[in-house]
Structures are given as structure tokens and as C-alpha cells.
Design a protein around this ligand. Structure first.
Ligand code: CUA
Length: 173
């Protein structure tokens, strides 16, 4: 016989039972907190999403750059759109395009889309992160509250030069 002869299961000891109870209560608490924190935590970027194909989006970005370009930075256009306007940012292997120049305290409708694969929009040192998928236009209302240069990195592995996919957003006073 291969079955163990001795009694290998006994009722839980009182202390072990307490620990199982603590773990169970904690699980329930965290499960309840997930939906509550979604609304109360003020940590989710309010984003609306629309379907868009790469050609259409690329054209929107090109028109936007034509209209508001003020400078060039490392070969990439720097674009300064007026407040309350639609602002377009394009992600592709392996570049953010264009460089945005925004004004502190003004509100913009920021559009982001990818022309090829999934990228990750991560604005440093703020904790602002968005997943950017091709075929979708992510629209977020953005009001910069601090001036300065904010580094923009891709935090989703998107190919061989993923680590070079860096840019910045400039916020002026
Ligand atoms: Cu784009 Cu990593």
C-alpha cells in the first residue's frame, strides 16, 4: 500500500484557523476596495477611446504639425497648439511625434494613437501611464499644473529600439 498510514489531516490548530480567517477577511476587503478605489482614488486617467485607422491618424497628426509647428528638436517638430485645442501625439517604432509645447494652467484635448504596435505612454516624473494600441485614438483632457520639461518614455516593449523611444513634453509658464 502506498497510501500513508498515519493521520495526515487533522482539524486546524486554533492559531492556524485565526490566520486563515485574517487572510480571508483581507481578501474580501481588497476585493471590495477595487471598485471603490476606481472611483475614489483619483488615479485613473479619464480617457475616451475612438476607433481610428493608422492612415487617418497620421494625417491628423501631419495637419496638426503643419498648423502649429514653432521649432525643431533633434529633427522632430516642436508644436505649440493654442489652449482648448485638440493636440495630437503619435507613437510608432521608435519615436514619439511631435514634441508638444503646452502652457501651464491651460486645458488641452490630448489624442494619442499608435501607427504600428502597442506602446506605453509614461510621463516622468509624474505617475501618468497609458497603454497605446494601434487602431484606437485615446483622448484625455489634460491641464498641466507644473512648468518644465517632462520626459516621455515608452514603457511597453515594442521592438529592438524600444529603449530609444524617448521624448519630452514642454510646459511653459
Ligand atoms: Cu514604444 Cu517601447
Amino acid at each position: 500500500m502506498l497510501a500513508p498510514q498515519q493521520t495526515w489531516w487533522k482539524p486546524l490548530h486554533r492559531i492556524e484557523r485565526s490566520w486563515v480567517l485574517v487572510a480571508f477577511v483581507w481578501c474580501i476587503f481588497l476585493t471590495i476596495m477595487m471598485p471603490i478605489w476606481f472611483f475614489m482614488g483619483r488615479q485613473n486617467v479619464p480617457v475616451t477611446t475612438y476607433r481610428v485607422d493608422a492612415e487617418t491618424y497620421q494625417q491628423l497628426v501631419a495637419d496638426f504639425v503643419d498648423q502649429y509647428q514653432v521649432d525643431t528638436l533633434s529633427g522632430v517638430p516642436v508644436v505649440e497648439p493654442p489652449p482648448n485645442s485638440d493636440v495630437y501625439l503619435q507613437a510608432r517604432q521608435w519615436q514619439w511625434y511631435p514634441v508638444l509645447k503646452l502652457k501651464k494652467g491651460e486645458t488641452y484635448r490630448l489624442h494619442i494613437s499608435s501607427l504600428d504596435v502597442q506602446h506605453g505612454f509614461s510621463l516622468q516624473p509624474t505617475n501618468l501611464n497609458l497603454q497605446i494600441l494601434p487602431g484606437y485614438d485615446y483622448v484625455a483632457t489634460l491641464t498641466p499644473t507644473q512648468s518644465g520639461d517632462f520626459a516621455l518614455v515608452c514603457n511597453e516593449y515594442c521592438g529592438i529600439a524600444h529603449h530609444l523611444m524617448v521624448s519630452k513634453i514642454i510646459v511653459t509658464e
